[in-house]
Design a binder for this molecule. Structure first.
Ligand SMILES: Cc1ncc(COP(=O)(O)O)c(C=O)c1O
Length: 360
Protein backbone atom coordinates (compact mmCIF):
# COMPACT_ATOMS: atom_id res chain seq x y z
CA UNK A 1 0.00 0.00 0.00
CA UNK A 2 2.80 2.37 0.95
CA UNK A 3 4.55 1.66 -2.28
CA UNK A 4 1.36 2.31 -4.24
CA UNK A 5 0.75 5.62 -2.42
CA UNK A 6 4.29 6.73 -3.20
CA UNK A 7 3.76 5.83 -6.85
CA UNK A 8 0.41 7.53 -6.88
CA UNK A 9 1.99 10.77 -5.72
CA UNK A 10 4.62 10.39 -8.40
CA UNK A 11 2.21 9.72 -11.26
CA UNK A 12 0.21 12.12 -13.33
CA UNK A 13 -3.20 11.86 -11.54
CA UNK A 14 -5.04 11.15 -14.79
CA UNK A 15 -3.02 7.98 -15.36
CA UNK A 16 -4.10 6.33 -12.11
CA UNK A 17 -7.61 5.56 -13.39
CA UNK A 18 -6.36 3.89 -16.58
CA UNK A 19 -6.67 0.15 -17.07
CA UNK A 20 -3.91 -0.48 -19.62
CA UNK A 21 -4.98 -1.57 -23.09
CA UNK A 22 -4.56 -5.31 -23.10
CA UNK A 23 -4.35 -7.34 -26.29
CA UNK A 24 -4.67 -10.46 -24.06
CA UNK A 25 -2.26 -12.92 -22.52
CA UNK A 26 1.07 -13.30 -24.40
CA UNK A 27 0.96 -16.17 -26.90
CA UNK A 28 4.20 -17.67 -25.52
CA UNK A 29 2.63 -17.91 -22.02
CA UNK A 30 -0.52 -19.57 -23.41
CA UNK A 31 1.56 -22.04 -25.42
CA UNK A 32 3.56 -22.98 -22.35
CA UNK A 33 0.62 -23.17 -19.92
CA UNK A 34 -1.51 -25.44 -22.10
CA UNK A 35 1.27 -27.26 -23.95
CA UNK A 36 0.07 -26.00 -27.34
CA UNK A 37 2.04 -25.95 -30.54
CA UNK A 38 -0.29 -23.84 -32.60
CA UNK A 39 -2.52 -20.96 -31.54
CA UNK A 40 -5.38 -19.69 -33.65
CA UNK A 41 -5.58 -16.00 -32.89
CA UNK A 42 -9.08 -14.71 -33.58
CA UNK A 43 -8.83 -11.94 -31.01
CA UNK A 44 -7.04 -9.04 -32.74
CA UNK A 45 -8.85 -8.56 -36.07
CA UNK A 46 -5.71 -9.20 -38.08
CA UNK A 47 -5.71 -10.22 -41.74
CA UNK A 48 -5.68 -14.04 -42.05
CA UNK A 49 -4.43 -13.65 -45.66
CA UNK A 50 -1.11 -12.34 -44.30
CA UNK A 51 0.84 -9.42 -45.76
CA UNK A 52 0.88 -8.49 -49.43
CA UNK A 53 3.73 -10.24 -51.32
CA UNK A 54 4.51 -6.92 -53.02
CA UNK A 55 4.86 -5.29 -49.60
CA UNK A 56 7.25 -8.02 -48.45
CA UNK A 57 9.43 -7.45 -51.50
CA UNK A 58 9.39 -3.68 -50.98
CA UNK A 59 10.39 -4.10 -47.31
CA UNK A 60 13.28 -6.27 -48.34
CA UNK A 61 14.53 -3.60 -50.72
CA UNK A 62 14.04 -0.85 -48.10
CA UNK A 63 16.20 -2.68 -45.54
CA UNK A 64 19.46 -1.45 -47.00
CA UNK A 65 18.61 2.15 -46.08
CA UNK A 66 17.61 1.61 -42.45
CA UNK A 67 20.67 3.48 -41.21
CA UNK A 68 18.80 6.61 -42.33
CA UNK A 69 15.91 8.36 -40.59
CA UNK A 70 12.66 8.10 -42.52
CA UNK A 71 12.76 11.72 -43.59
CA UNK A 72 11.05 11.13 -46.88
CA UNK A 73 7.30 10.82 -46.36
CA UNK A 74 6.60 12.27 -49.76
CA UNK A 75 6.04 9.10 -51.84
CA UNK A 76 3.51 7.57 -49.42
CA UNK A 77 1.64 10.85 -48.99
CA UNK A 78 1.63 11.34 -52.77
CA UNK A 79 0.16 7.85 -53.25
CA UNK A 80 -2.49 8.54 -50.61
CA UNK A 81 -3.26 11.86 -52.28
CA UNK A 82 -3.84 10.01 -55.54
CA UNK A 83 -6.00 7.36 -53.87
CA UNK A 84 -8.21 9.89 -52.10
CA UNK A 85 -8.18 12.64 -54.73
CA UNK A 86 -6.86 15.26 -52.30
CA UNK A 87 -3.56 17.18 -52.04
CA UNK A 88 -0.85 15.50 -49.96
CA UNK A 89 -1.02 18.44 -47.50
CA UNK A 90 -4.27 16.93 -46.26
CA UNK A 91 -2.55 13.84 -44.81
CA UNK A 92 -0.70 13.06 -41.60
CA UNK A 93 1.12 9.75 -41.07
CA UNK A 94 1.27 7.81 -37.83
CA UNK A 95 2.55 4.54 -36.41
CA UNK A 96 -0.88 3.03 -36.70
CA UNK A 97 -4.32 4.57 -36.34
CA UNK A 98 -3.71 4.50 -32.58
CA UNK A 99 -0.88 7.02 -33.03
CA UNK A 100 -3.06 9.31 -35.14
CA UNK A 101 -5.73 9.17 -32.41
CA UNK A 102 -3.15 10.07 -29.78
CA UNK A 103 -1.86 12.98 -31.88
CA UNK A 104 -5.44 14.24 -32.21
CA UNK A 105 -5.99 14.12 -28.45
CA UNK A 106 -2.63 15.83 -27.75
CA UNK A 107 -3.46 18.52 -30.30
CA UNK A 108 -6.98 19.39 -29.23
CA UNK A 109 -8.02 18.10 -25.81
CA UNK A 110 -7.54 20.06 -22.56
CA UNK A 111 -8.22 18.68 -19.06
CA UNK A 112 -11.58 20.41 -18.65
CA UNK A 113 -12.96 19.24 -22.01
CA UNK A 114 -15.45 16.49 -22.73
CA UNK A 115 -15.03 13.63 -25.18
CA UNK A 116 -18.17 11.95 -26.49
CA UNK A 117 -17.65 8.27 -27.16
CA UNK A 118 -19.84 5.20 -27.62
CA UNK A 119 -20.06 2.37 -25.14
CA UNK A 120 -18.76 -0.19 -25.85
CA UNK A 121 -16.10 1.18 -28.21
CA UNK A 122 -12.49 0.54 -29.22
CA UNK A 123 -10.87 0.70 -25.71
CA UNK A 124 -8.11 3.08 -26.82
CA UNK A 125 -10.73 5.85 -27.26
CA UNK A 126 -11.62 5.70 -23.60
CA UNK A 127 -8.01 5.40 -22.42
CA UNK A 128 -6.96 8.46 -24.44
CA UNK A 129 -9.72 10.45 -22.80
CA UNK A 130 -8.56 9.37 -19.35
CA UNK A 131 -4.92 10.17 -20.13
CA UNK A 132 -5.80 13.66 -21.31
CA UNK A 133 -7.61 14.42 -18.06
CA UNK A 134 -10.78 15.24 -20.01
CA UNK A 135 -14.16 13.72 -19.13
CA UNK A 136 -15.36 10.78 -21.20
CA UNK A 137 -19.08 11.13 -21.93
CA UNK A 138 -20.19 7.58 -22.69
CA UNK A 139 -23.20 7.09 -24.96
CA UNK A 140 -24.52 3.49 -25.11
CA UNK A 141 -24.95 1.92 -28.53
CA UNK A 142 -28.54 1.40 -29.68
CA UNK A 143 -29.19 -1.99 -31.24
CA UNK A 144 -25.40 -2.39 -31.48
CA UNK A 145 -25.05 0.80 -33.58
CA UNK A 146 -23.84 4.28 -32.69
CA UNK A 147 -26.78 6.30 -31.44
CA UNK A 148 -25.96 9.49 -33.32
CA UNK A 149 -29.07 11.26 -32.06
CA UNK A 150 -28.09 10.63 -28.43
CA UNK A 151 -24.46 11.56 -29.17
CA UNK A 152 -25.59 14.88 -30.67
CA UNK A 153 -27.72 15.54 -27.58
CA UNK A 154 -24.75 14.93 -25.26
CA UNK A 155 -22.69 17.43 -27.20
CA UNK A 156 -22.42 20.77 -25.33
CA UNK A 157 -20.20 23.78 -24.68
CA UNK A 158 -17.44 21.63 -23.20
CA UNK A 159 -17.41 19.00 -25.95
CA UNK A 160 -14.08 19.03 -27.76
CA UNK A 161 -13.98 15.63 -29.42
CA UNK A 162 -16.40 13.01 -30.71
CA UNK A 163 -14.87 9.61 -31.47
CA UNK A 164 -16.69 7.25 -33.81
CA UNK A 165 -15.36 4.02 -35.31
CA UNK A 166 -17.11 3.20 -38.56
CA UNK A 167 -17.44 0.20 -38.91
CA UNK A 168 -17.66 -0.01 -35.15
CA UNK A 169 -15.41 -2.12 -32.97
CA UNK A 170 -16.59 -4.40 -31.26
CA UNK A 171 -19.99 -4.74 -32.96
CA UNK A 172 -19.04 -4.46 -36.67
CA UNK A 173 -22.04 -2.22 -37.43
CA UNK A 174 -21.76 0.47 -40.08
CA UNK A 175 -23.23 3.95 -40.40
CA UNK A 176 -24.00 4.86 -44.02
CA UNK A 177 -22.47 8.01 -45.42
CA UNK A 178 -25.69 10.05 -45.48
CA UNK A 179 -26.29 9.46 -41.76
CA UNK A 180 -22.74 10.44 -40.79
CA UNK A 181 -22.84 13.49 -43.03
CA UNK A 182 -26.11 14.77 -41.56
CA UNK A 183 -24.73 14.24 -38.04
CA UNK A 184 -21.45 16.06 -38.74
CA UNK A 185 -23.08 18.95 -40.60
CA UNK A 186 -25.20 19.78 -37.55
CA UNK A 187 -22.21 20.07 -35.17
CA UNK A 188 -20.75 23.43 -34.07
CA UNK A 189 -17.27 24.73 -34.93
CA UNK A 190 -15.73 24.08 -31.50
CA UNK A 191 -16.02 20.30 -32.01
CA UNK A 192 -13.55 17.92 -33.64
CA UNK A 193 -15.07 14.70 -34.99
CA UNK A 194 -12.93 11.64 -35.55
CA UNK A 195 -14.20 9.01 -37.95
CA UNK A 196 -12.00 5.99 -37.37
CA UNK A 197 -12.35 3.96 -40.57
CA UNK A 198 -9.88 1.19 -39.67
CA UNK A 199 -12.24 -1.42 -41.18
CA UNK A 200 -13.80 0.61 -43.99
CA UNK A 201 -12.39 -1.60 -46.77
CA UNK A 202 -14.54 -4.49 -45.50
CA UNK A 203 -17.69 -2.35 -45.65
CA UNK A 204 -18.61 -0.33 -48.72
CA UNK A 205 -15.72 2.04 -49.36
CA UNK A 206 -17.98 4.23 -51.50
CA UNK A 207 -20.12 4.70 -48.37
CA UNK A 208 -17.14 6.22 -46.53
CA UNK A 209 -17.33 9.82 -45.38
CA UNK A 210 -15.94 12.24 -47.96
CA UNK A 211 -13.25 14.31 -46.19
CA UNK A 212 -13.52 16.93 -48.93
CA UNK A 213 -16.90 18.15 -47.74
CA UNK A 214 -16.84 21.40 -45.79
CA UNK A 215 -18.38 21.45 -42.33
CA UNK A 216 -18.30 23.84 -39.37
CA UNK A 217 -16.88 21.12 -37.13
CA UNK A 218 -13.42 19.80 -37.96
CA UNK A 219 -13.60 16.24 -39.24
CA UNK A 220 -10.60 13.90 -39.20
CA UNK A 221 -10.84 10.57 -41.02
CA UNK A 222 -8.47 7.94 -39.65
CA UNK A 223 -7.26 4.97 -41.72
CA UNK A 224 -4.83 2.12 -41.17
CA UNK A 225 -2.74 -0.42 -43.08
CA UNK A 226 -3.18 -2.90 -40.18
CA UNK A 227 -6.39 -4.56 -41.35
CA UNK A 228 -7.13 -5.11 -45.04
CA UNK A 229 -3.49 -4.43 -46.01
CA UNK A 230 -2.25 -6.99 -43.46
CA UNK A 231 0.54 -4.80 -42.04
CA UNK A 232 -0.49 -4.68 -38.35
CA UNK A 233 3.01 -5.56 -37.15
CA UNK A 234 4.54 -2.61 -39.00
CA UNK A 235 2.39 0.06 -37.35
CA UNK A 236 1.36 2.46 -40.08
CA UNK A 237 -1.80 4.53 -40.46
CA UNK A 238 -2.86 8.02 -41.46
CA UNK A 239 -5.29 10.85 -40.93
CA UNK A 240 -7.08 12.92 -43.58
CA UNK A 241 -8.41 16.37 -42.81
CA UNK A 242 -8.28 20.04 -43.76
CA UNK A 243 -4.86 21.62 -44.15
CA UNK A 244 -5.29 23.93 -41.14
CA UNK A 245 -6.06 20.93 -38.89
CA UNK A 246 -3.05 19.03 -40.28
CA UNK A 247 -0.84 22.04 -39.50
CA UNK A 248 -1.92 21.87 -35.85
CA UNK A 249 -1.51 18.10 -35.65
CA UNK A 250 1.99 18.30 -37.12
CA UNK A 251 3.01 20.30 -34.03
CA UNK A 252 2.07 17.34 -31.82
CA UNK A 253 3.50 14.62 -34.04
CA UNK A 254 6.61 12.89 -32.76
CA UNK A 255 9.62 13.37 -35.07
CA UNK A 256 10.14 10.29 -37.26
CA UNK A 257 7.01 8.61 -35.91
CA UNK A 258 6.81 6.15 -38.81
CA UNK A 259 9.49 3.89 -40.25
CA UNK A 260 10.96 3.79 -43.74
CA UNK A 261 10.19 0.06 -43.91
CA UNK A 262 6.53 0.76 -43.14
CA UNK A 263 6.40 3.48 -45.82
CA UNK A 264 7.80 1.08 -48.41
CA UNK A 265 5.37 -1.69 -47.45
CA UNK A 266 2.36 0.61 -47.32
CA UNK A 267 3.18 2.06 -50.73
CA UNK A 268 3.49 -1.41 -52.27
CA UNK A 269 0.32 -2.69 -50.61
CA UNK A 270 -1.65 0.19 -52.15
CA UNK A 271 -0.69 -1.24 -55.55
CA UNK A 272 -1.37 -4.88 -54.66
CA UNK A 273 -4.95 -5.20 -55.87
CA UNK A 274 -4.72 -9.01 -55.97
CA UNK A 275 -3.88 -9.15 -52.27
CA UNK A 276 -6.72 -6.77 -51.41
CA UNK A 277 -9.14 -8.88 -53.44
CA UNK A 278 -7.89 -12.09 -51.79
CA UNK A 279 -8.27 -10.53 -48.32
CA UNK A 280 -11.76 -9.27 -49.09
CA UNK A 281 -12.84 -12.67 -50.42
CA UNK A 282 -11.40 -14.52 -47.42
CA UNK A 283 -13.51 -12.40 -45.09
CA UNK A 284 -16.64 -12.57 -47.27
CA UNK A 285 -16.44 -16.39 -47.54
CA UNK A 286 -15.51 -16.79 -43.87
CA UNK A 287 -18.40 -14.58 -42.86
CA UNK A 288 -20.90 -16.64 -44.86
CA UNK A 289 -19.52 -19.87 -43.34
CA UNK A 290 -19.57 -18.55 -39.77
CA UNK A 291 -23.09 -17.12 -40.11
CA UNK A 292 -24.29 -20.56 -41.27
CA UNK A 293 -22.52 -22.36 -38.46
CA UNK A 294 -23.58 -19.87 -35.77
CA UNK A 295 -27.19 -20.32 -36.98
CA UNK A 296 -26.80 -24.09 -36.73
CA UNK A 297 -25.43 -23.75 -33.18
CA UNK A 298 -28.26 -21.35 -32.28
CA UNK A 299 -25.84 -18.50 -31.49
CA UNK A 300 -26.90 -14.87 -31.55
CA UNK A 301 -24.68 -12.55 -33.58
CA UNK A 302 -24.69 -9.08 -35.09
CA UNK A 303 -24.39 -8.70 -38.88
CA UNK A 304 -20.94 -7.30 -39.51
CA UNK A 305 -19.36 -4.94 -42.02
CA UNK A 306 -15.86 -5.66 -40.70
CA UNK A 307 -13.50 -8.65 -40.39
CA UNK A 308 -14.93 -9.78 -37.05
CA UNK A 309 -18.29 -10.86 -35.65
CA UNK A 310 -19.87 -9.85 -32.35
CA UNK A 311 -21.50 -12.89 -30.75
CA UNK A 312 -23.80 -12.96 -27.73
CA UNK A 313 -23.55 -16.36 -25.98
CA UNK A 314 -26.16 -15.39 -23.36
CA UNK A 315 -23.88 -16.90 -20.78
CA UNK A 316 -20.48 -16.28 -19.22
CA UNK A 317 -18.26 -15.30 -22.16
CA UNK A 318 -15.14 -15.50 -19.98
CA UNK A 319 -15.75 -19.21 -19.32
CA UNK A 320 -16.13 -19.84 -23.06
CA UNK A 321 -13.00 -17.81 -23.75
CA UNK A 322 -11.05 -19.89 -21.17
CA UNK A 323 -12.21 -23.22 -22.58
CA UNK A 324 -11.38 -22.18 -26.16
CA UNK A 325 -7.98 -20.88 -25.03
CA UNK A 326 -7.14 -24.30 -23.58
CA UNK A 327 -7.80 -25.66 -27.08
CA UNK A 328 -5.51 -23.04 -28.62
CA UNK A 329 -8.24 -20.74 -29.95
CA UNK A 330 -8.26 -17.11 -28.86
CA UNK A 331 -11.33 -14.89 -29.07
CA UNK A 332 -11.95 -11.52 -27.38
CA UNK A 333 -14.55 -11.48 -24.58
CA UNK A 334 -16.46 -8.18 -24.44
CA UNK A 335 -18.89 -7.52 -21.59
CA UNK A 336 -20.34 -10.43 -19.58
CA UNK A 337 -21.93 -12.60 -22.24
CA UNK A 338 -20.45 -11.41 -25.55
CA UNK A 339 -17.28 -11.87 -27.56
CA UNK A 340 -15.71 -10.40 -30.66
CA UNK A 341 -14.40 -13.09 -32.99
CA UNK A 342 -12.10 -12.32 -35.91
CA UNK A 343 -12.98 -14.01 -39.20
CA UNK A 344 -9.97 -16.23 -39.91
CA UNK A 345 -8.81 -18.50 -42.71
CA UNK A 346 -10.97 -21.46 -43.76
CA UNK A 347 -9.20 -23.98 -41.47
CA UNK A 348 -9.16 -21.50 -38.58
CA UNK A 349 -12.89 -20.87 -38.88
CA UNK A 350 -13.56 -24.60 -39.02
CA UNK A 351 -11.41 -25.13 -35.90
CA UNK A 352 -13.33 -22.38 -34.12
CA UNK A 353 -16.63 -24.09 -34.87
CA UNK A 354 -15.31 -27.48 -33.68
CA UNK A 355 -14.07 -25.74 -30.53
CA UNK A 356 -17.40 -24.01 -29.92
CA UNK A 357 -19.28 -27.29 -30.51
CA UNK A 358 -17.36 -29.01 -27.75
CA UNK A 359 -17.30 -26.02 -25.37
CA UNK A 360 -21.00 -25.23 -25.69
C1 LIG B 1 -11.50 0.97 -34.44
C2 LIG B 1 -10.04 0.70 -34.45
N1 LIG B 1 -9.20 1.69 -34.69
C3 LIG B 1 -7.87 1.48 -34.71
C4 LIG B 1 -7.33 0.23 -34.47
C5 LIG B 1 -5.86 0.05 -34.45
O1 LIG B 1 -5.29 0.37 -35.65
P1 LIG B 1 -3.72 0.43 -35.80
O2 LIG B 1 -3.20 -0.97 -35.81
O3 LIG B 1 -3.53 1.13 -37.10
O4 LIG B 1 -3.18 1.22 -34.65
C6 LIG B 1 -8.17 -0.83 -34.22
C7 LIG B 1 -7.57 -2.17 -33.98
O5 LIG B 1 -8.09 -3.08 -33.46
C8 LIG B 1 -9.56 -0.60 -34.19
O6 LIG B 1 -10.40 -1.59 -33.92
Amino acid sequence: VEEFCAQARLANPSILEVRPYSPGKPLSAIRQEFGLEEIIQLSCNENAAGPSPLAMKAMDAALRDVHRYPDDEAPLKAALALKHGMPSDNFVLGHGATDILEIIVRTFVCPDDEIVVAQPAFPWFHILGQLSGARNVMVPLREHRHDLEAMAKRCGEKTKLILIANPNNPTGTFLPRAEVEAFVRALPSHVVVVLDEAYIEYASPHQAFDPKIETQASVIVVRTFSKMSGLAGLRIGYGITQRKVIDLMEKARQPFNTTAIAHAAALASLQDHDHIEKSRRLVADGKAFLYREFDRLGLDYVNTEANFIFVDFHRDAMAIFDSLMQRGILIRPVMESCARITIGSEPQNAALIRGLESVL
